[in-house]
Design a protein around this ligand. Structure first.
Ligand code: MLT
Length: 260
C-alpha cells in the first residue's frame, strides 16, 4: 500500500513522518535499460535540447509528442496515420530532417506551428532515452525549464526515483547530469532525507558547483559549444531559463502529454 515509503519511526500521533526516497541516476539510455524500472518514477532529461523543446512546445499549446527512435519509424507512422494534425519533428546532428515540418529548436515550436498539433519526434538522444524509460511506473519530462515543478511532482509521487540522462550517443554529457543534480538538490532541500546512489550524490555536488551560472555551464558544455558553432547559440540560452515552465509532461502509452 505504501509503495516505496519507509517509516523511520513507528507511527504515533506525535511523531513526524519523514519520507525516505531512494534516488538513482543513469548517465545514458544504455545504462537505464540495465536498471529495474518497475514501480519507479523516471525523469528523462535532455536539457540541450529535446526536453526543453518539448516544454516550449507545450507552453505554445502543442497537444503532445509521439517519441520514436528512428527517422524511418517517424516517416512510417506519419504515413500510416495520415492526420493533418500530426507533424513530423526532429533532428540529426542538431539539424532539421528533410521533409519534416519542424526541427529540434525550441524556436521552431511557435504557437502558429504547433497549437493543437501532435508531433512525431525523433532525436539522437532524447527520444531514445524516453523509449528506454517506458517500463517505469511514471515517466516525467525534465529540463532546467521545469526543474522545481518536477521536484514538486516527484514529492507528490513519493516513489523511488531514477534520473535518466539522455547523454550524447550513449556517452556521458555534462548538462543532463548537472540538471539531474539540480532536481536532487531541490528534493533534498526541505529536510527530506534521500538515499542517494553515488551517481546521484555526485550530480548534486556538481550542480552546486555550477548553480551560480547555469547558462555559462550550458554554453561551455561540448554540445553547447557545438550548437553555438552551427549558429544555434540562442537555443542554448533558451534552454538555460530555469523554472520558466510549471508544466511536467508525462510519457505514457507511447505519448508525451500534459495529462496527469
Ligand atoms: C538530442 O536529443 O540528441 C538533442 O536534443 C539533439 C539536439 O540538440 O538537437
Amino acid at each position: 500500500m505504501f509503495g516505496s515509503l519507509h517509516f523511520e519511526t513507528p507511527i504515533s500521533p506525535r511523531s513526524v513522518v519523514k519520507i525516505l526516497m531512494k534516488i538513482d541516476l543513469a548517465f545514458t539510455p544504455f545504462e537505464l535499460e540495465k536498471k529495474e524500472l518497475e514501480g519507479k518514477a523516471v525523469v528523462v532529461i535532455d536539457s540541450l535540447r529535446a526536453t526543453s523543446t518539448m516544454l516550449t512546445a507545450f507552453e505554445n499549446e502543442c497537444a503532445g509528442f509521439i517519441p520514436v527512435a528512428t527517422i524511418e519509424e517517424a516517416r512510417e507512422l506519419s504515413a500510416n496515420l495520415k492526420d493533418p494534425n500530426i507533424l513530423l519533428g526532429g533532428e540529426r546532428g542538431a539539424r532539421p530532417l528533410e521533409g519534416f515540418h519542424v526541427g529540434n529548436s525550441p524556436r521552431d515550436y511557435s504557437p502558429g506551428k504547433v497549437r493543437g498539433k501532435v508531433v512525431i519526434m525523433t532525436t539522437t538522444n532524447g527520444t531514445r532515452a524516453l523509449v528506454a524509460a517506458r517500463e517505469a511506473e511514471e515517466v516525467f519530462i525534465g529540463a532546467f525549464l521545469n526543474l522545481s515543478a518536477v521536484c514538486r511532482r516527484l514529492k507528490e509521487s513519493g516513489r523511488d526515483v531514477i534520473i535518466a540522462c539522455s547523454g550524447e550517443k550513449n556517452l556521458f554529457c555534462l548538462e543532463d547530469f548537472v540538471c539531474g543534480g539540480g532536481m536532487i538538490a531541490c528534493l533534498s532541500a526541505d529536510g527530506n532525507s534521500l538515499v542517494m546512489t553515488d551517481a546521484a550524490r555526485a550530480a548534486k555536488i556538481l550542480y552546486e558547483h555550477f548553480s551560480p551560472d547555469i547558462c555559462a555551464m550550458l554554453e561551455g558544455s561540448e554540445w553547447g559549444q557545438y550548437l553555438e558553432s552551427i549558429g544555434l547559440g540562442e537555443d542554448v540560452r533558451i534552454c538555460a531559463q530555469i523554472d520558466s515552465s510549471c508544466f511536467v509532461p508525462v510519457y505514457r502509452d507511447g505519448k508525451v502529454s500534459l495529462d496527469r
